[in-house]
Design a protein around this ligand. Sequence first.
Ligand code: TRP
Length: 456
Amino acid sequence: MSCKGKARETFGSRFAVIMAMAGSAIGLGNIWRFPYVVGEYGGAAFILVYVLCTFLLALPIFLSESIIGRRSGSNTFGAMEKLAPGTSWKWMGLLTVISPVVILSYYSVVGGWSVEYLFKSLAFEFTNTPADNVPRLFGTFITSSWEPLFMLGLFLMMVAGIVLAGVKSGIERFSKITMPVLFLLIVVMLVYSVTLPGSSEGVAYLLKPDFSKLSASAVAAAMGQAFFSLSLGVGTILTYSSYVRKDENLLVSGVGTGISDLLFALLAGFAVMPAVFACGVEPGAGPGLVFQTLPFIFNKMGAGAPLVSSLVAIVFFVTILVAALTSAISMMEVGVAYLVENRGFSRLTAVASIFCFALVVGALCSLSFGTLSDVKIFGNTIFDALDKLCSNFLMTFGGLLFTLFVGWKMKKADVEDELTNGGSLHHKSVFRVVYFLIRYVAPIAIIAIFITNLFL
Ligand code: TRP
């Protein structure tokens, strides 16, 4: 199944490109992080800053990756070799092959949890367990040794299966079917959530503009969130863009992906927070919100209507699982493209190698919640250490290098050629704005986030 000598695969249509990229972008970041961060940093005021960050900072980085990817028609390592042969830029290409595979390892641990929770909801466990014990199910599960490992393996097998099927019949087909369904499911949950008695406080939590909370750290949080949510800085967008046809408008697919991601984050916020407030529980971020608070809520709602509540739980965990899957396949594809194109692996051996790597590293991350919880790297468990390394360092660093490469290393004429498809698209003046954002605004903003995070 080697791609060598064969024409490289491409996505079939603009819809396919946006669905695949939105699939990568829309993930746990939208569901378990966004709603909380919004409430924490001033509601509507923060949303405003977040929208600005998405379009003024994240989009230029997104477009930088798109330009490098499609121009080179190559994976991240090959792209640097092609566009800047014989320079040390190739090391940055290699770095961005490694970081998504590391992210895949710990992201899949959480992917595995969502498989387990889907099973739990199918078994009506949240409605059949006494309310106070429901949040405890999570601790019992993640600290046990074998079950989370088994679920991690199951999740990674699904990811590997889709990636193995190829760009068109695997990634494109899966994203085209699941992404619209995902939007539908989140809207169903939103309607259910905002019609619960007492939900209006949750709506207020997200919407009440509190400009006093807009500190430097709020702005840094908005940038960080936009970064993670659009899968930037580690070459996933670069790799997907290398499968985009030459006649596609990169600006349009970028803006389309940005809007989808933003829209989904907002829908997720209004699906989750009103329900949280309707049950009178404290909103929190991360695993606690999705795997403790929400099952507790399903239990409470189940008191009156166990069947409806269980159905909502099933819909919710299917949504989480699918969102995590489409993100994880984008991470795996980065490494697979590199191994196939630069190391001569067949697609099967490439997928198998990354599967094994992610399984081993993921297993260590998973065990760091239980058996290995005493193993600390700079004071963090293995899972937290890898997450911090990637989110705070590798992603921002990668994003900075991508924008510097396009803004300062590539010839301006080449960048313009790629973004305007040889001058045939009508955005010459738009190009000037985008180029300015890539060359100055994005790198300076990234350095500012870096420094802010260092001191906060
Ligand atoms: N954007 C995804 C989310 O919101 C996560 C993700 C996918 C990602 N690919 C990535 C994050 C690459 C960083 C880098 O959950």
